[in-house]
Design a protein around this ligand. Structure first.
Ligand code: ZN
Length: 327
């Protein structure tokens, strides 16, 4: 019969073996190695053939689909594209903003021209490839005015997104250069004629992330800071401390009753349709990030490291020891 001591020793041995296995897996999934593994093996996405769309969604062609939010606001997506990235066209009397341009597998400017005859400025929520694909098709382009993005531009404003900010290798998408014509400061009001959007800088998902807020309409366009489904916070440039800081600031900034229009839709929900979030989802994100920082949040899954936000959103990040919380 084993003594108490040998049982204890066996348990410690088993735990050590588990820890070693886990450590190898963890090393593969996090840090610079993971970035290489993730980005080295990318291939072009497989487009879904004729995916179902909900009532109220209108196909533009066999790739783009449009859902009207109101008479002068449109959600533009590509139901066949597996990552379900979203763009939003916000039309004023004098000009329109296109917030994000998708992965560029097809050029989005044709859809935009079918929806408005106003001059359009394309604004990027951040530089990930699935949001900036057609920026080069627009004569007017806006980015968040932050040092890390400013540093990318030559004196004429020409930007070639660097690989570690663009991440296009994930789906074999090469960065296309574009020219920035406007740098938008945090809190800046962008007038569109009879309508305006506020620019909110929201570092966390990336350093140069921004949101747009139409205060009169109560519409907040969030980019990838928050979206339903698996919210990815594991890419280079993500920073948990800044994520938490931005989330807390947003909770104080967003009025109750606002509607959040996310940069991606939940990949699991069918038929394809626009999905929105609420200010309470931002509160849940802030609370979860704070609990995660303080060691009060239990993991939902180990591989990939999954942390619960609420019943619609899960954060896919790294392990706690690999997270940066200091500003
Ligand atoms: Zn992103």
């Amino acid at each position: 019969m084993p003594t108490r001591k040998t049982v204890k020793r066996a348990l410690i041995g088993a735990l050590a073996a588990c820890a070693a296995t886990a450590a190898v897996a963890v090393l593969i999934f996090t840090g610079p190695t993971a970035t290489f593994l993730v980005t080295a093996g990318g291939s072009a996405p497989t487009l879904a053939a004729d995916p179902p769309v909900a009532e109220g969604v209108r196909w533009h062609d066999d790739y783009f689909a449009v859902q009207a939010i109101d008479a002068r606001t449109f959600a533009i997506g590509a139901p066949p594209y597996p990552l379900r990235a979203m763009s939003y066209l916000i039309v004023g009397d004098d000009r329109a903003v296109l917030f994000d341009t998708g992965p560029g597998l097809r050029d989005i400017d044709g859809v935009v021209a079918a929806l408005t005859d106003r001059p359009v400025i394309a604004a990027a929520s951040h530089l990930h490839y699935d949001h900036v694909g057609s920026l080069d098709r627009f004569a007017a382009v806006a980015l968040a005015d932050v040092p890390s993005l400013r540093a990318l531009a030559d004196p004429k404003g020409r930007v070639v997104p660097p690989d570690d900010m663009h991440l296009g290798e994930v789906e074999a998408v090469a960065p296309e250069p574009f020219t920035v014509t406007e740098w938008w400061a945090d809190g800046q009001r962008v007038a569109l004629g009879g309508r305006a959007v506020e620019v909110w800088h929201t570092p966390g998902h990336t350093d140069g992330s921004m949101m747009l807020f139409d205060r009169a309409a109560g519409q907040l366009y969030t980019g990838d800071f928050i979206y339903p489904g698996n919210l990815l916070a594991l890419f280079p440039g993500a920073h948990m401390g800044r994520y938490l800081e931005s989330a807390r600031r947003l909770v104080g900034r967003v009025p109750d009753g606002a509607t959040l229009y996310p940069g991606h839709l939940d990949l699991e929900i069918s038929p394809w349709r626009l999905q929105t979030l609420a200010p309470s989802d931002l509160r849940d994100l802030a609370d979860a990030l704070e609990a995660l920082r303080d060691g009060r949040l239990d993991m939902q899954a180990l591989m990939p490291p999954t942390w619960p936000i609420n019943d619609r959103i899960r954060l896919i990040g790294t392990y706690r020891w690999n997270m940066a919380w200091a500003p």
